[in-house]
Ligand binder design. Structure first.
Ligand code: UD1
Ligand code: CA
Length: 477
């Protein structure tokens, strides 16, 4: 028997008023990904023949996000008639007229729904030959959700929305997850019959259930055990709770893959992060975007890495890095700020209170203390003195600094770009390097020091300093 055809409809037209946000609800992020992209991925994993996203509120922003993760998705704009029933009705109308398969309906605000749960729902629906099968769960606190009303024999009868429910119905603990499978023929027959005589004056897709059972069509339900998988996100409290749940799963996944996570509670790992075995993550660490950490590296405590690559055996302590590459066995931090374009070589060092940007620092080279290094290339095995600033900006343009290999620059230097410091060169403390330094030269720019003898006695008589100076003079006499 050939597989029945399949369409998945993702509902994303709602405003998400309860988020109280300028950002559309379905674009709020969880583990680095917008809510809707979690749902689209799960939907896509069913390999549907048609994937439809229904949009309206902030449609351009939402459409961009949909197409980013599912370029083949069909976009349907919901008209001014509100409600999930209207959204599904318009999505079904956009399917080819000869489509005669099953339609999975999911909400873009239920991001933790997983492929297995959805595949099981579809399997049960097809096995039962039902007109509709809904996914439900029993919650300790069902407030806000639609409730599943069952008949005396246990069969599903209808769904009642929280706002329309009476006290007895509100006492029911079984909730509608907002995830369903329908045969497209059931939808085509009954969607046009849904009215909007309810507390919200909306066409509810949930009314499909009552209409189908009244017409003696078969409606099944599948109750999920892990209720958190189907929790909807309507406000920021639920968003934080879902983020915590998903993070717990991601952290546990990496722990089982051989990563030491000292404190799972304060470690946040985005979904697209990738870690090798024997990585060690210390408390208070956030790994975001497409960050990758190689074997044996130690990251944290209190470190945030965004789209950053950390090499084997590197140590990254109390650091904030974005779009940086940290070489194998390199050392970064504590208190380092690596901005985009920082590339630190093998066994290199970016140390305490150092900021870098667009800086390639070669193998074995070190910027150990209190420096700003931007738009710079440093060769290998060079040492940049404490307190060095690359003056890369003349107020109009950015310029590059080039430092060779085996260079030793003194403390408190300014490299006024564009400037080159040749291989093996040195510079003295306090040098302002305005001209290129040839290979092997020592650059000095400071005026000779002059000591005005007796200045303190003449200008600060009777001060503690003058007394100390007088004592020192007596002992040397
Ligand atoms: C909905 C269900 C409720 C269920 C709950 C589960 C209805 C009427 N109620 O309620 O039974 O317990 O989900 O989370 O369906 N949307 C549209 N167009 C609209 C309105 C909403 O596309 O006109 C989209 C929203 O963007 C959202 C989804 O549909 O992704 C659900 O809408 P929402 O307003 O969050 O419904 P709930 O009140 O949570
Ligand atoms: Ca919802």
């Amino acid at each position: 028997m050939p597989e029945r055809r399949l369409a998945v409809i993702v509902l994303a037209a709602g405003q998400g008023t309860r988020m109280k946000s300028a950002t559309p609800k379905v674009l709020h992020r969880l583990a680095g990904l917008p809510l809707i992209q979690h749902v689209l991925e799960t939907a896509g994993a069913l390999s549907p023949d048609h994937l439809v996203a229904v949009v309206r509120h902030e449609r351009d922003l939402v459409v961009a996000s949909v197409l980013e993760s599912s370029p083949a998705a069909l976009i349907v704009d919901q008209d001014e008639t509100p409600g999930t029933g209207r959204a599904v009705e318009q999505a079904v109308a956009a399917l080819p007229a000869d489509f005669d398969g099953d339609v999975v309906v999911v909400s873009a605000d239920v991001p933790l729904l997983d492929h297995g749960t959805l595949a099981d729902l579809l399997h049960q629906h097809r096995g039962d030959g039902a007109a509709a099968t809904l996914l439900s769960a029993v919650l300790a606190d069902a407030t806000g959700y639609g409730r599943v009303v069952r008949r005396a024999g246990g069969d599903v009868d209808r769904i009642v929305e929280h706002k329309d429910a009476d006290e007895a119905e509100r006492a029911l603990g079984e909730i509608n997850s907002g995830t369903y499978v329908f045969t497209v023929s059931a939808l085509r027959t009954h969607l046009p019959r849904i009215g909007s005589a309810n507390a919200q004056n909306e066409k509810y897709v949930t009314d499909m259930v009552g209409l189908l059972t009244a017409a003696d069509e078969k409606v099944g339900a599948r109750v999920v055990d892990d209720a958190w998988r189907i929790e909807g996100i309507n406000d920021r409290v639920q968003l934080a709770a879902a983020a915590r749940r998903l993070n717990d799963r991601i952290v546990e996944h990496w722990q089982r893959a051989g990563v030491t996570v000292v404190d799972p509670q304060t470690t946040w790992i985005d979904r697209d992060v990738s870690l090798s075995a024997d990585v060690e993550i210390l408390p208070g660490t956030q790994l975001k975007g497409a960050t990758y950490i190689a074997a044996g590296a130690v990251v944290g405590p209190d470190t945030t890495l965004v789209d950053t690559e950390v090499g084997e055996g590197a140590v990254v302590t109390r650091t904030d890095a974005t779009l940086a590459v940290i070489g194998a066995r390199a050392s970064v931090g504590p208190f380092s700020y690596l901005r985009p374009g920082t590339v630190l070589g093998v066994a290199g060092k970016i140390g305490t209170f150092v900021e870098t940007k667009n800086a390639e620092i070669g193998d074995g080279s070190k910027v150990p203390h209190l420096s700003y290094i931007g738009d710079t290339e440093v060769g290998r095995d060079s040492n940049i003195g404490a307190g060095t600033i690359t003056a890369n900006y003349d107020g109009v343009n950015k310029h590059r600094t080039q430092v060779g290999s085996h260079v030793r620059t003194g403390s408190h230097n300014v490299f006024v770009a564009p400037v080159r410091i040749g291989d093996g060169a040195y510079s003295g403390a306090g040098t302002v390097v305005r001209k290129d330094v040839p290979a092997g030269a020592l650059a000095l720019s400071i005026a000779p020091q002059r000591n005005a003898s007796g200045w303190v006695e003449a200008n600060r008589p009777d001060s503690a300093a003058a007394e100390a100076a007088a004592r020192a003079e007596r002992t040397t006499d």
